[in-house]
Design a protein around this ligand. Structure first.
Ligand SMILES: [Zn+2]
Length: 324
């Protein structure tokens, strides 16, 4: 699948899918069947979600108008809710929820341009991780486009804080370093989770092998409360780790030793990819969540003097010059 793309390092040109692919699953909160199609898109498109369930018009003009009305372009500015997942909204009030695990798959594999058609208000939860989405992208294959890939290079520290929780975007001390590093620390009272750390250098192979299988999680005690509020209707042991007073309730236990911290790293990566570019710098987070992740993404957008948009190709060329 990756015949032309080096999986161990960042690619220097924008990437889309080779072909369209589809999958079906359950919406975590609505509990309904959701169909999703991923379509290739030209350079400069970015990631666009399209609520095809809301397309009702027949005439061509009306269809073009309603296509833009049901399309939601990813941006930190489009975030409207971070409760139990990341929800985006467009200028017409059309929403799409639980985008983060697919966004993490795009970020992890370095996919820039995709139209995501979906026939419900939320994405399918699949198994609660990014792995099924990576397999779908593998099935489609990747294609490099003739346009340089840009990254957001952190020049000065950008931070967000909420009580004892914090998230920082820090510049690399070494100016030849171009990786996106993520370092996440979680601290839960329940001893089944406790203190856990996940540190990674984002690359397609690192993401696929270490991060993508990490599933979302919840407390058994919260499940009933969520159901009473009409949430998590599609939740089951098949799409979340369920923690109950120091025990993992799922048959088979955990997939990875630090699966909880790794899933928080996965969410952080997906939420930051709302910026539309990979980050060059180090992201450090203590007790992260979608609220903090998307606040950091907004802070990056709001501090243009502390970041610069660099061509990944130029950065690599500059490094080769320094090393020569
Ligand atoms: Zn998640």
């Amino acid at each position: 699948m990756f015949d032309q793309i080096d999986m161990s390092t960042s690619v220097t040109r924008e990437v889309t899918l080779k072909t369209s692919v589809s999958c079906e699953g359950i919406g975590l909160h609505c509990g309904e069947k959701v169909k999703m199609n991923l379509l290739p898109a030209p350079a400069g498109t970015g990631i666009i979600f399209r609520r095809v369930d809301l397309l009702t018009c027949n005439s061509l003009d009306a269809q073009a108008a309603s296509l833009s009305q049901v399309s939601i372009a990813v941006s930190p500015a489009a975030v409207t809710s971070t409760q139990l997942g990341t929800t985006l909204v467009n200028g017409y009030g059309i929403e799409i929820s639980t985008v983060e695990h697919l966004m993490a798959a795009f970020a992890g594999y370095g996919v820039d341009n995709v139209i995501v058609e979906v026939d419900n208000a939320e994405l399918p939860i699949m198994d609660g991780s990014s792995e099924p989405f990576l397999k779908l992208i593998d099935k489609a294959g990747l294609r490099e486009l003739n346009s340089p890939r840009l990254a957001l290079r952190i020049k000065e520290k950008i931070s967000v804080q909420d009580g004892d929780r914090w998230t920082y975007a820090l510049p690399h001390a070494d100016e030849t370093e171009t990786a996106q590093e993520i370092d996440v620390l979680v601290d839960y009272v329940d001893p089944a989770i406790g203190k856990q750390r996940a540190s990674l250098h984002v690359s397609p192979s690192e993401f696929r092998d270490r991060v993508a299988p990490a599933r979302t999680f919840c407390y058994l005690s919260d499940v009933e409360a969520m159901r009473n509020r009409g949430l998590a209707l599609g939740g089951s042991y098949d799409n979340a780790i369920v923690v109950n007073n120091g025990r993992i309730e799922n048959e088979g236990g955990l997939r990875l030793d630090n699966e909880f911290a790794l899933h928080k790293a996965l969410d952080l990566l997906g939420d930051l990819y709302l910026l539309g570019h990979p980050i060059q710098g180090k992201i450090t987070a203590f007790k992260p969540g979608h609220d903090m992740n998307t606040r950091l993404a907004k802070a990056v957008l709001d501090n243009p003097d502390k970041v610069e948009l660099v061509s990944i190709h130029d950065a690599d060329a500059a490094i080769e010059k320094v090393l020569a």
